[in-house]
Design a binder for this molecule. Structure first.
Ligand SMILES: Nc1ncnc2c1ncn2[C@@H]1O[C@H](COP(=O)(O)OP(=O)(O)O)[C@@H](O)[C@H]1O
Ligand SMILES: [Mg+2]
Length: 311
């Protein structure tokens, strides 16, 4: 059964001179226990999609479609209803949030906070739970760590604190938006191992630009390009036999494949081409790709590709 169903989700931002089509007709189901990655280049709409699932889109967003969670449509629900869900049932590790921890509150109180806000535990028990979570996140002296302030910890330890905050209420699903960006390689792999351990029997929606991270943490990958999903499939199938020319390009650009970057740039979300959005960079493009927009087609029960090559 699906825990989250994203149905025909579109998000546009109108500025004075432009209409930015950040996310367009995205359909994605996340089943309980699934570990799904959304992967794509910077600016392709990943964070906007994650924010939509959290019900946190800014006021200037024009939204179409639905994000279904239990009996709710997150996009239509009243703010008090969303507040009861957000952080408790659907939690997010936000992009670049290690520096957004509150500098004047102890780490323990910041981990206990969601437990208090959602009235899951009284103060003393919430503090004890924060200490338990810090121990689970690999802090050697969790009681002492709970009394300290964010600036006393390294970037990697702050990332662990963010994971603890996200897990505090034992949410149904965790959305992790670039959870290791800005960390150096050794720390990054420690955090990925921690996330993998902690998410073993939970549901994860990972947002990343990094194929290695998606491969390590997720069983299914959705590839996003210029606001659209262009390919979805089980991780192993998608990596061993990438079908969309963009996915093929992403894999060829990995160091292990010889670092062959995809030539050109993705189109601006304010000026999207009428045909295939990847057309200008695609080695397989034909005439119709520049005039007709390919649909996302099923190529097998688990695989979908948005490319005329697989008509
Ligand atoms: N509040 C906003 N107002 C206008 N444009 C926005 C807003 N938020 C995001 N965008 C635009 O939407 C597009 C997708 O952004 P984002 O989801 O952050 O990309 P990603 O996370 O994949 O790097 C970008 O072009 C970005 O500039
Ligand atoms: Mg982002």
């Amino acid at each position: 059964m699906n825990l989250i169903s994203i149905e025909d989700l579109s998000v546009r931002f109108s500025t004075r001179s432009e209409c930015i089509r950040a996310v367009e007709t995205v359909n994605l189901d996340i089943a309980r226990g699934d570990h799904v990655a959304l992967i794509g280049e910077s600016g392709c709409g990943k964070t906007v999609l994650g924010m939509a699932v959290m019900g946190l889109l800014p006021k200037n967003a024009r939204i179409g479609g639905a994000v279904r969670y239990r009996e709710h449509d997150i996009l239509q629900a009243a703010e008090p209803d969303i507040q009861r869900i957000r952080g408790k049932e659907i939690a997010m590790i936000m992009q670049n949030s290690a520096n957004t921890l509150n500098p004047v509150k102890t780490v323990g109180s910041q981990i206990a906070e969601p437990l208090l806000i959602h009235q899951i535990l009284p103060a003393k028990a919430a503090h004890a739970e924060a200490v338990r979570l810090l121990a689970a996140m690999g802090f050697d002296e969790p009681e002492r760590a709970a009394e300290r302030y964010p600036h006393e910890f390294s970037g990697g330890m702050r990332e662990r604190i963010l994971v603890a905050i996200a897990l505090a209420c034992q949410p149904d699903i965790v959305i992790a938006d670039e959870p290791t960006s800005g960390l150096d390689a050794g720390v990054k792999s420690q955090i990925l191992v921690l996330i993998k351990q902690q998410m073993a029997d939970r549901t994860l929606f990972l947002i990343t630009h990094d194929m290695g991270t998606a491969y390590f943490l997720c069983t299914r990958i959705a590839v996003m390009y210029a606001g659209e999903i262009v390919e979805i499939g089980p991780t192993h199938d998608l990596l061993s036999m990438p079908m969309h020319p963009y996915t093929q390009g992403l894999l060829a650009s990995l160091p292990s494949a010889g670092l062959h970057p995809i030539p050109g740039m993705s189109p601006s979300p304010a000026y999207l081409p009428e045909g295939c959005r990847f057309c200008a960079r695609c080695p397989a493009a034909t005439d119709r790709c520049s005039t007709r927009h390919p649909p996302l087609n099923d190529v097998s029960g688990t695989r979908q590709v948005r490319c005329f090559c697989y008509d």
